[in-house]
Design a protein around this ligand. Structure first.
Ligand code: HEC
Ligand code: HEC
Length: 356
């Protein structure tokens, strides 16, 4: 909702810019001409995230809900064997991911896809690499149900939560008059996730006007990033969360044109979606190597080289993935720019889990 509002605001801004300009071609090229790459310039403000992400009407994030959600997020006792929590794969020490090419679940089961960061998922209008969940509430029970993830025994889990004094009190405060059930568990976890935010990176501070927040090289990298004739990255990694919440086949070898992991196509069988995956945010990207849903790129430079090549497999490739003409300097600038997208976070304190 909020994101739509932002897009609208940006389009309105563009429209007024276009109206002022004499010979507008397309909104995109007009925007390129109009962006002024100076710290704090009004033409760049569309990159700022709203301070607070949107939330559903029936789940306003109160302090009690956030605190309860945090306990649940870090509590391995929700899993069948008491060993695995959300934080096992979405570890704040590892950028709310796990540092692995693809996730490891129940008793070490190897998952088919990388664990995405939880950072800024609150701003996304659709969840999962293939978009099969609509929002954070809709997503939260999935990992418990999955036999390869937490493999939760729900009878056992509800018995534990309902018999635990600490949790009983916390649920009663967070959702008075409601039961401890899948719905309230999901709502509490989602409320906590909405506090896991990155919006104070050097890039954000530079956009707000702090000239010294980004280096000259990072500013050059930003230009390469948005320039349709150079990196053309913004077309998918769009403002303000560096994602269009869309699905694209970027030509990864493992996807093999959709003969490998079909991605979005499994849920929406339209040809263009064969092997298409959701555009991930790039905020805090330095913390979450390796990259891509198959973990195939170890470094940001490997990612850039992938795009410079225009992808490995050309079948069902997004029309916006084409070989790029970048100098070595421009590639390095692009990497330096992405390094400016990480917020210097306060360390996350672990919640006190209620023993009884
Ligand atoms: C065993 C590892 C593992 C555990 C445990 C786990 N996740 Fe995940 N999580 C993943 C993987 C892998 C994906 C991507 C799967 C896909 O898209 O097919 C994912 C996706 C997500 C997403 C979507 C992010 C996005 O950008 O689309 C959210 C949100 C999330 N998990 C939250 C949670 C919560 C909350 C829990 C605990 C209830 C949890 N996860 C437990 C591995 C895990
Ligand atoms: C056609 C849309 C599109 C364009 C253009 C694009 N990307 Fe991506 N990007 C994606 C998608 C989709 C993914 C996830 C693909 C996957 O894992 O299957 C991705 C993944 C990434 C990742 C890995 C993120 C992670 O968490 O694993 C980085 C970094 C990245 N892109 C940077 C860039 C840069 C830099 C450019 C410009 C040179 C660019 N992208 C251009 C759509 C695009």
């Amino acid at each position: 909702m909020k994101l739509k509002g932002d897009k609208l605001a940006r389009n309105l801004l563009l429209a007024s810019v276009v109206a002022l300009g004499a010979c507008a071609t397309t909104a995109q090229s007009e925007q390129e001409q109009r962006l002024v790459f100076e710290a704090g310039h009004p033409s760049l403000q569309y990159w700022l995230l709203p301070d607070k992400p949107p939330y559903p009407k029936d789940n306003e994030p109160t302090a009690e809900r956030i605190a309860l959600g945090k306990q649940l997020f870090f509590d391995p006792r929700l899993s069948r064997d008491g060993n695995i929590s959300c934080a096992s794969c979405h570890n704040p020490m590892l950028g709310w991911s796990d540092g692995l090419p693809t996730g490891r679940g129940f008793r070490g089961a190897l998952l088919g896809r990388a664990s995405p960061t939880v950072i800024n998922t609150a701003y996304n209008s659709i969840q999962m690499w293939d978009g099969r969940k609509k929002d954070l509430e809709d997503q939260a029970i999935g990992p418990m149900e999955a036999s390869v993830e937490m493999n939760t025994d729900f009878d056992q889990m509800f018995r534990f939560l309902r018999n635990n004094e600490g949790y009983r009190t916390a649920f009663a405060k967070a959702y008075p008059g409601e039961e401890i059930n899948k719905e309230t568990i999901a709502k509490a976890i989602a409320s906590y996730e909405r506090t896991v935010i990155s919006n104070d990176s050097p890039f954000d501070r530079w956009i707000k006007g702090d000239k010294s927040a980004m280096t000259e090289q990072q500013v050059r990298g930003f230009k390469v990033f948005v320039d349709p004739d150079k990196g053309n990255c913004e077309i998918c990694h769009s403002a303000p969360n560096f994602t269009d919440n869309g699905f694209h086949n970027i030509g990864l070898a493992s996807v093999d044109g959709g003969k490998g992991d079909p991605g979005r196509f499994a849920h929406k069988p339209i040809k263009i979606l064969k092997g298409a995956f959701k555009t991930p945010t790039l905020r805090d990207i330095t913390l979450t190597a390796p990259y891509f849903h198959d973990g195939s790129a170890k470094t940001l430079m490997e990612v850039v080289e992938h795009y410079v090549k225009g992808g490995e497999v050309k079948e069902n490739l997004s029309p916006n993935i084409k070989p790029l003409h970048l100098t070595q300097q421009e590639k390095e600038d692009l990497v330096a720019f992405m390094e400016a997208l990480t917020t210097d976070h306060e360390p996350v304190t672990l919640p006190k889990l209620p023993l009884k």
